[in-house]
Design a protein around this ligand. Structure first.
Ligand code: WTA
Length: 629
């Protein structure tokens, strides 16, 4: 088999050393998963590993009772001097929590939440930056049996309001403010607007993080430190399929979808993959650079590593602030052993010289969220890892809860930019539109042929979309991922991109339909098309092509402002181009033709108004800002 074989030094000490893990999982799927499940603590064992009688609503570990917070905290609290969380603020403030301290914090907050009415089945939104209270809030909710809905702090008030309302959250935990690139961001003010828009929130709990002045509604708002109640809070005995959290993600419609995850199946999935793919052990310090508010933050900065008993590092600020190489400073300062990040960040730090830092503690690296190009992968492997650190390129989705395709770093040869092989316990195929497997090197739809423990329970309040998006193309038992991919001669998978209208920006999913709808709300805009343009650092940026009544800077800025206001800065368009007419097929805007003209300098033959391609042909793919063509 081709590829770079795992460094021997690494393979010798890895959690997984037996290559038969693949075949054993294939032959006995149930036993494979049950073995990992057995390493967690259950209050009551499950009666049935898998129930597909209500397909496509699959249930795992049916009848089992457990608590995720208990598994992540109580189990390790006895090791009193073992660190659970290391936190660094943007202004270089530092805090650490031992597992015992985390245990106490989670208990006191859980008691506090109960005192304001949170209980089993409550829904609690968390709108919080990367601070330890974010993790403590998640675990306190999990302890009580309340479902948490974490909202990325960079989302606008409008985006947060939508998520709160859609999830029908009655409680919100937020912070006064936080720091980002040296600026103090007034989060409470955004939270207030979100709460007003949603109209579902009864109580708002506020962490004093930045000390900025905030408005306080005495009837509704309460300080976090004032609700804490000392003493033990018994972990609720929860059904395996009790909803642990909801995570919103972009799909091919304008509205974000609320992906609901279970307690038992999800925890087993992230525990098993933290152990096999991230090779985590108790003595590791893992830095997952994703925000807590994304699925990667949930699965591999909180539930996975803590269920193993590792130390997690979280950082509040921008990775390139105040100095573009801060990432290496942090790795060096804390002796990070497992570094899990997104290609965008790798591209950003490529201008740094890793040899100026002592980063020899790093023993494994991982990437997620977007394709990594071979040059970037090789730089990471050579310059950062010095050819002794394996890299896992993990493919998965918000919907899958945890890794599905990747390398087992001690066993699977690495091919720069490939995401490796289906992990043990997963069956993958690449299918044509009719459902037939395609040949090696042929591009097709990436599909998961059998459900697996971390698969979402449902989409919040939207059974129809759940069935339609994921379980109709190939029937009720084959999961349609929405990604294009191909397999090579060794069965390694290469991700080509999304098949639907979702764009990956710095590892975040953005719906292009949503961007178009937002732009259309501006009265001057008559027609609009949003596409992804390749970008050296971010992977992709949003390009907006619009026909407007008064094209120019002013209208362009209106679009930028509206997108930032309605979604957040992550969706800020990189290019806005005004045209007199958009290329069309018969009735539809030909997005592909816009892309081909700008990026490939090709004139598509199927466009009915070919003259519209000429101005686009002259546009440089690297052009940014607002232009009138
Ligand atoms: C993409 C993030 C290439 C893919 C965990 C998927 C990737 C979407 C990779 C999910 C990877 C994820 N290589 N592309 N290693 N991992 N993707 O829900 O298109 O934010 O469908 O989950 O990101 O994004 P999501």
């Amino acid at each position: 088999m081709n590829g770079i074989y795992p460094p021997k030094e690494f393979a010798r000490q890895a959690n997984i050393r037996d290559p038969t893990i693949y075949s054993r999982a294939h032959e006995n799927w149930v036993e494979f998963w049950e073995e990992f499940a057995g390493e967690l603590e259950w209050f009551e064992p499950w009666e049935k590993f898998f129930d597909d009688s209500k397909a496509p609503f699959f249930r795992f570990f049916v009848g089992g009772k457990l608590n995720a917070s208990y598994n992540c905290v109580d189990r390790h609290a006895g090791k009193k001097n073992k660190i659970a969380i290391i936190w660094e603020g943007e202004n270089r403030e530092k805090r650490t929590y031992t597992y015992y301290q985390l245990f106490r914090e989670v208990n006191t907050l859980a008691n506090g939440l109960k005192s304001i009415g949170v209980g089993k089945g409550s829904r609690v939104a968390i709108y919080m930056p990367n601070i330890p209270e974010g993790i403590i809030s998640m675990l306190a909710c999990a302890r009580i049996g309340a479902t948490h809905i974490y909202i990325f702090e960079g989302f606008s008030a409008k985006s947060a309001g939508f998520r709160i309302k859609d999830s029908r959250a009655e409680f919100l935990i937020t912070a006064d403010g936080y720091y980002r690139r040296g600026n103090l961001i007034d989060l409470k003010e955004k939270a207030d607007r979100a709460v007003e828009q949603a109209g579902t929130i009864k109580k708002v709990v506020v962490v004093k993080r930045a000390g900025n002045d905030v408005e306080f509604d005495e009837n509704r708002d309460i300080w976090y430190h004032e609700i804490l109640r000392k003493g033990h809070c018994e972990a609720e005995i929860l059904d395996s399929n009790h909803p642990l959290f909801i995570m919103y993600t972009s799909g091919s419609t304008a509205e974000p979808k609320g992906v609901v995850h279970s307690t038992g199946g999800y925890l087993v999935h992230v525990y098993a993959t933290s152990k096999t793919v991230l090779d985590l052990r108790e003595d590791d310090i893992i830095w997952t650079t994703a925000s807590l508010g994304w699925i990667t933050g949930h699965s591999y900065a909180v539930y996975g590593p803590l269920s193993i008993g590792s130390t997690v590092l979280i950082y509040e600020g921008a990775p390139d602030y105040p100095d573009k190489c801060r990432t290496f400073d942090i790795i060096e300062e804390y002796g990070v052993t497992v570094f899990y990040t997104v290609p965008t960040l790798v591209r950003m730090i490529q201008t740094c010289d890793p040899s100026e830092y002592d980063i020899s503690t790093v023993r494994l690296m991982g990437t997620v969220g977007e394709p990594i190009e071979p040059e970037t992968w090789i730089w990471l492997y050579r310059e950062v890892g010095r050819e002794r650190v394996p890299i896992v390129n993990t493919w998965w989705q918000t919907e899958t809860g945890g890794h599905v395709i990747s390398q087992i770093p001690s066993l699977t040869p690495m091919k720069p930019a490939s995401v490796g092989k289906p992990l043990p316990g997963f069956e993958i195929a690449i299918l044509d539109d009719g459902g037939k497997p395609v040949k090696p090197f042929e591009i097709g739809n990436l599909a998961i042929m059998r459900p697996f423990p971390g698969i979402m329970l449902e989409l919040n309040g939207d059974t129809r979309s759940y069935v339609r998006f994921y379980w109709s193309r190939y029937g009720k038992r084959i999961y349609y991922t929405g990604d294009y991919a191909y397999a090579d001669e060794d069965g390694h998978i290469w991700i080509v991109g999304r098949a639907d209208d979702v764009l990956n920006i710095s590892g975040h999913r953005i719906s292009l339909t949503e961007i178009e709808q937002i732009a259309m709300e501006i009265p001057e805009i008559r027609e609009v098309s949003a596409i992804g343009l390749p970008d050296r650092v971010k992977g992709n940026v949003i390009g907006i092509f619009a026909v407007a009544e008064n094209p120019g800077k002013e209208t362009g800025e209106k679009i930028v402002k509206k997108v930032e206001n309605d979604i957040g800065k992550i969706a800020r368009p990189g290019l806005i181009a005004f045209v007199s007419e958009l290329p069309k097929t018969s009735g539809k805007i030909a997005k592909r033709a816009i892309y081909d003209a700008i990026v490939g300098k090709k004139r598509s033959s199927y466009v009915v108004n070919p003259e519209t391609l000429e101005p686009l042909m002259k546009l440089k793919p690297s052009e940014r800002g607002i232009v009138v063509l």
